[in-house]
Design a protein around this ligand. Structure first.
Ligand code: ACO
Length: 427
């Protein structure tokens, strides 16, 4: 088998090494391309560019495979918890019972948020988007929790704080937006239960924790826990490559995730389905608009940069959506519209030719609605789920022997050297 590819340029032949991943994926190593040939590569959106070697998540977009540390996401969704999956991603292996118990204790111990942070929360304008607040407040954590001298201790405590506090901070932003007093975390509740209680408990209506809602949330977060080098994860790695603190790197990931083409799609899907419902329920109009080249409208929750088949997470999410609504005896008209829309799109030539299938966001908004999460908090829910992945990827990049400050190049197509013209001499 060849272990290099040949590049012929300027009368010379160059040998570029081939790298093969554990699942047989091949890549051309171009790290010495510029120094040897003077050339760079051009790859808008990095669609063909591997930015790192990673041992965390494997996905195959053609076959619809997703695995965390080798374990299929289907198995984790069926049998694991979000906390255990977070441990797996961050530490590279499943925990023993003792390790998991210790992890839970640590998450409980660090779940409180500095009381002074409440003042900041209270002064965001009421209409602020929770993703903007979360990104700002996660960045602000550094000011409240300064760095420790010992690097290993500093990383461990920062990771624990982030995982523990993000739930409290997210629930706090929701409570404050309602004008309610935040609910404190309870040591007797597990990770997901605690979050639900902080979101929905009030002194006049104690929150009733339902097993099926907790399981739905566990699965929702497991399905979002990592997705290799997507936009927000690449932001975390890229910002982290400047050796900023972890809070700042995660804050940049949250900002990237906010976008409607990325994590913001779950909110956009529900808004799209609601608009279809309010317009009389005719989903065909949405399909026609999505196909019209002169209309910027896209079918939200459809299409993916890597998956060219059904997103395996969407399959699990759809099943869970049905189960949850059944268990809670809920009837959501948006689910009916979503199913009709999906079927029509999957049978439409445009969507078939473009390999456009539902992605994770297509059904996740309906699951979140059933849990009681308000629409503007959907992407925050995604961010909580993605946090272990961001942390795992950041940690891997910190230990990477091939580490480099991220600094892409460009092909300049602007004006050639031009003299400055004083303002009184310009035409
Ligand atoms: N509806 C209609 N057409 C679409 C859609 C869509 N949802 N997605 C892609 N296309 C079309 C494009 O118009 C383009 O058509 P053309 O080649 O005829 O011009 C072609 O498919 C390729 O589209 P690109 O934008 O080049 O593909 P890319 O890989 O960059 O897009 C993306 C991926 C951004 C996710 C896109 O599919 C999209 O905008 N989807 C809707 C938003 C969404 O659901 N985002 C969530 C993604 S999952 C996640 O981040 C968690």
């Amino acid at each position: 088998m060849d272990d290099y590819v040949e590049l012929k340029y300027g009368g010379k032949t160059y040998h570029l090494p081939l790298i093969t991943g554990t699942e047989g994926e091949k890549a051309i190593d171009i790290s010495r391309l510029r120094s040897e040939t003077g050339l760079i590569t051009l790859d808008p959106g990095y669609a063909n560019t591997g930015s790192c070697i990673s041992r965390i998540t494997y996905m195959d977009g053609e076959k619809g495979i997703l695995r965390y540390r080798g374990i299929p996401v289907e198995q984790l969704a069926e049998r694991s918890t979000f906390k255990e999956t977070a441990y797996l991603l961050i530490n590279g292996r499943l925990p023993s019972l003792q390790e998991l118990t210790h992890f839970s204790v640590m998450l409980n111990d660090h779940s409180l948020v500095h009381e002074d942070m409440k003042i900041f929360y209270q002064h965001f304008p009421r209409a602020s988007h929770p993703m903007g607040i979360l990104s700002a407040m996660v960045n602000a954590l550094r000011s409240f929790y300064p760095a420790l001298e010992n690097l290993e201790e500093e990383i461990n405590i920062t990771v624990t704080r982030l995982l523990a506090k993000i739930r409290t901070m997210a629930a706090m932003s929701y409570k404050i937006s309602l004008g309610h007093t935040p609910v404190y975390p309870r040591p007797d509740l597990a990770y997901c239960e605690n979050f639900l209680n902080m979101m929905f408990h009030t002194p006049v209506r104690p929150y009733e924790i339902k097993e099926e809602v907790v399981r739905a949330l566990e699965v929702f977060w497991i399905l979002h826990a990592d997705h290799e080098q997507n936009c927000s994860t690449s932001a975390v790695r890229m910002v982290g490559s400047a050796r900023v603190n972890l809070y700042a790197a995660i804050s940049s990931g949250i900002a990237a995730l906010w976008g409607p083409l990325h994590g913001g799609a779950n909110q956009a899907v529900v808004e799209m389905l609601t608009a279809i419902k309010e317009d009389g329920g005719d989903y065909r109009k949405a399909i026609a608009r999505a196909k019209d080249r002169n209309d910027p409208f896209r079918l939200m929750g459809f299409g993916h940069r890597v998956y060219k088949t059904y997103d395996p997470r969407a399959r699990i999410m759809k099943k869970m959506c049905d189960q949850l609504l059944d268990a809670l005896n809920l009837d959501d008209p948006l689910l009916d519209i979503a199913k009709e829309l999906e079927e029509a799109a999957l049978n439409d030539d445009y969507f078939i030719e473009h390999n456009l299938y539902p992605n994770v966001d297509f059904y996740s908004g309906i699951v979140l609605r059933a849990i009681g999460i308000p629409t503007n908090m959907f992407t925050v829910m995604f961010a909580i789920g993605r946090l272990p992945g961001w942390i795992a990827q950041w940690k891997e990049s910190m230990d990477d022997p091939m580490w480099k400050l991220s600094r892409p190049r460009q092909i300049y197509m602007g004006p050639v050297e031009t003299d400055y013209i004083p303002i009184d001499q310009r035409g």
